[in-house]
Design a protein around this ligand. Structure first.
Ligand code: ZN
Length: 248
């Protein structure tokens, strides 16, 4: 697939010995034109490898071999494959070195166009092929899974659909769970909240989120494990679960 190359000055040559292991999905909070000039301006100090317009147009700003500046900050990451720093506890290796970033036109609460899904999934498939990346939910992530203080890419994008359309394997829903989908929303954590693979506490949690953090959900089940008489668990589009009783 062909991309219009609009070189950004904001990148690091090479990848400090790393190679891309995952693709990060972003929303522009703006237009493709605006992103062209924002990434083209040295003073913005940011970039991504690609930008996709609502009409499916594809722009490239940084070569995949080089490091774009799209996901360098880390806060309470829920992404399983993030690389911890070897020498500093609680710190991480800058995810820019081992990810490829794709921006999409629009804002966090506007619907994605069919053209955006088509171009983005084609691009994801091509990137996965080039870098031997497994197409599943661990390797295609939303920006906020790395930097929880941001909502990017918002609640409208269906990352599992991108993965499926790119020929990958989105997370399977446990057979014993009846998910009520289409109930997207956000809830704020009341206590420390564990993020889990199942709507139950039978396996070790994937991550723990401190109080006061907003979590987005895609649906829920009323037949998860009952805790204090409450068996309602929220389902995230990452394919994970958190218990409703721990939310405000
Ligand atoms: Zn982002």
């Amino acid at each position: 697939m062909s991309a219009l190359f609009i070189k950004s000055p904001n990148f690091t040559q090479g990848r400090k010995g790393f190679k891309p292991i995952a693709i990060v999905i972003h929303i522009m909070e703006g237009t493709l034109d605006g992103t062209d000039s924002w990434f083209g301006s040295r003073s913005s100090n940011v970039s991504a490898h690609y930008g996709i317009g609502k009409n499916g147009e594809l722009h490239q700003y940084v070569k995949e071999e080089d490091t774009a500046w799209h996901a360098g900050r880390v806060d309470h990451p829920s992404w399983k494959l993030i690389k911890p720093a070897e020498d500093e506890a609680g710190m991480y290796i800058n995810p820019n070195y081992y990810t490829i970033g794709i921006e999409h036109e629009g804002s966090e609460d506007t619907d994605w166009t069919e053209e955006m899904y088509a171009t983005s999934s084609d691009l994801i498939a091509a990137i996965a092929q080039r870098w031997d990346i497994t197409l599943d939910r661990d390797h295609v992530v939303g920006h906020h899974e790395i930097y929880s203080l941001k909502d990017c890419p918002g609640t409208k994008v269906d990352i599992n659909r991108l993965i499926a359309q790119a020929g990958g394997t989105p997370p399977a829903v446990p057979e014993w769970v009846v998910i009520k989908t289409g109930f997207t929303g956000k809830a704020t954590t009341k206590n420390n909240v564990n993020i889990r693979r199942d709507p139950s506490t039978r396996m070790a949690p994937l991550a723990s989120v401190p109080p006061g953090i907003q979590l987005a959900y895609d649906g829920y089940t009323e037949v998860g494990q009952s805790i204090d008489g409450n068996s309602k668990w929220y389902y995230t589009d990452e394919g994970n679960w958190f218990w409703s009783g721990a939310m405000k």
